[in-house]
Design a protein around this ligand. Sequence first.
Ligand SMILES: [Zn+2]
Length: 90
Amino acid sequence: MDELKLCPFCGRKAEKGEDRESYECVMCKDCTATVYSMDEDTDVELWNTRPIEDELRKRIEDLELGMLEILASTSIDEAQQIYEHYLAKE
Ligand SMILES: [Zn+2]
């Protein structure tokens, strides 16, 4: 079984379980967000599927690579200025 990702709503831990009607489920321990399924692994797969999060992570990775390419083609002084400008925005 794959490790459960943190809750997409509150960021806390989730756990696998079974509801009163014997559906498999993954439930957040804190906010009770829940995913149900009829078989054991589908609930975990559904819980861990995060298309928007995955897309944003890929976009951040692309932007960081683009920034490294820009920094690699500039002088050390220009790179320092760009880096400080980037840090000021965080
Ligand atoms: Zn939650």
